[in-house]
Design a protein around this ligand. Structure first.
Ligand SMILES: [Zn+2]
Length: 259
C-alpha cells in the first residue's frame, strides 16, 4: 500500500493511522506512525512497560480516539512507575496519559490480569470494567477524558475570543455533566425505562456508576469501542453525544451559553 500521501485523520480506511499502527511490523514503526499522527510516546514507556503488544495496542486505541474525535489534538503518552494503585491516569493539564505503576517486573502480571481477568464481578454483580474490555481499553478510557478536556478547552477559547485556551476543572465538570445529561435525554424512553442516570451508568460498569460524569463518559467510550453496536444503549448514546458536542457548531452554541 502507498504510504505517506494520504490525508491525515481521515475515516477508518486502510490508510488510517490506527490501521497502520496495527499493521506495523515493529513497535518502533508503530511508535513512529503514532508520532506523525500526534501521539507522542516518551522513552519512559519503553523503559517501564515491558510488553510491546500492550504499548502497540494502546497506540492503536489512542489513534482510534483521535480519528473519531480530531478535536483531541496532540497527546503525550508517558510512564510513572512511582504509583502503586492506579494502572493508567490522565493529566488534563498537559494532555498526557500515563502508564502508572508499571516497572518491568509487574508489567506482565498487570497486563495479563486485565487481558484475561479483566472483568471482575463483585458480590453485587457489578463489573469493574465494561464487559468485553481488556487492558488496551484503559487507553481508550483515558483518551475519553482527553476528549472532554479538549471540548472544554475549545468552549473556553470560543467564549473568551481566544484570550484563554485551556479549561479549568470546573468547566470540564460542567461539560461532562452536560454530556451525560444530554446522552440520557436523547435516549428513547423505551430504552431508558424508569431507570435514571445512576442505574444506566451501573449497566456500563461499577466505575461508570461510582466515578461521576467523567468516569461515566470514559467507561462508555471504552464500552463502545470494545463492543460497537452491542455496547450498552447508554454507552452508545454517550458516544453519539460526544460526537455532536465536539462539532464546531455545538462548541459555538455551548460557548454562547457560558458567556
Ligand atoms: Zn478515568
Amino acid at each position: 500500500m502507498a504510504k505517506g500521501n494520504r490525508p491525515r485523520g481521515g475515516g477508518g480506511g486502510g490508510g488510517s493511522p490506527r490501521e497502520r499502527i496495527e499493521n506495523a511490523r515493529t513497535l518502533s514503526d508503530a511508535i513512529q506512525i503514532a508520532d506523525r499522527a500526534g501521539i507522542h510516546t516518551s522513552a519512559e514507556v519503553l523503559r517501564d512497560v515491558h510488553d510491546e503488544q500492550l504499548i502497540k495496542d494502546g497506540l492503536a486505541e489512542a489513534a482510534w480516539v483521535k480519528e473519531e474525535f480530531p478535536i483531541v489534538g496532540d497527546i503525550q503518552i508517558t510512564s510513572d512507575p512511582s504509583h502503586k494503585s492506579a494502572y493508567m491516569y490522565s493529566d488534563l493539564g498537559s494532555n498526557t496519559i500515563a502508564y502508572a505503576g508499571f516497572n518491568g517486573e509487574n508489567t506482565r502480571m498487570r497486563a495479563n490480569e486485565y487481558r484475561a481477568g479483566a472483568v471482575l464481578t463483585d458480590r453485587n454483580g457489578l463489573t469493574d470494567s465494561p464487559k468485553g474490555t481488556t487492558m488496551k481499553h484503559v487507553v481508550t478510557h483515558e483518551m475519553g477524558h482527553q476528549v472532554v478536556r479538549a471540548a472544554s478547552d475549545a468552549i473556553v477559547a470560543k467564549a473568551t475570543n481566544g484570550k484563554y485556551t485551556t479549561s479549568t476543572k470546573a468547566v470540564q465538570d460542567v461539560v461532562a455533566d452536560r454530556i451525560v445529561q444530554t446522552a440520557y435525554q436523547s435516549m428513547p424512553t423505551s430504552q431508558r425505562g424508569r431507570r435514571g442516570v445512576s442505574a444506566l451508568s451501573k449497566s456500563i460498569s461499577k466505575y461508570a456508576w461510582s466515578g461521576g460524569s467523567h468516569e461515566t463518559i470514559a467507561e462508555a467510550l471504552a464500552d463502545y469501542r470494545a463492543n460497537g453496536n452491542n455496547a450498552q444503549p447508554f454507552s452508545k448514546s454517550i458516544y453519539n453525544t460526544l460526537k455532536s458536542f465536539t462539532t464546531s457548531s455545538n462548541i459555538d452554541a455551548l460557548a454562547s451559553s457560558l458567556r
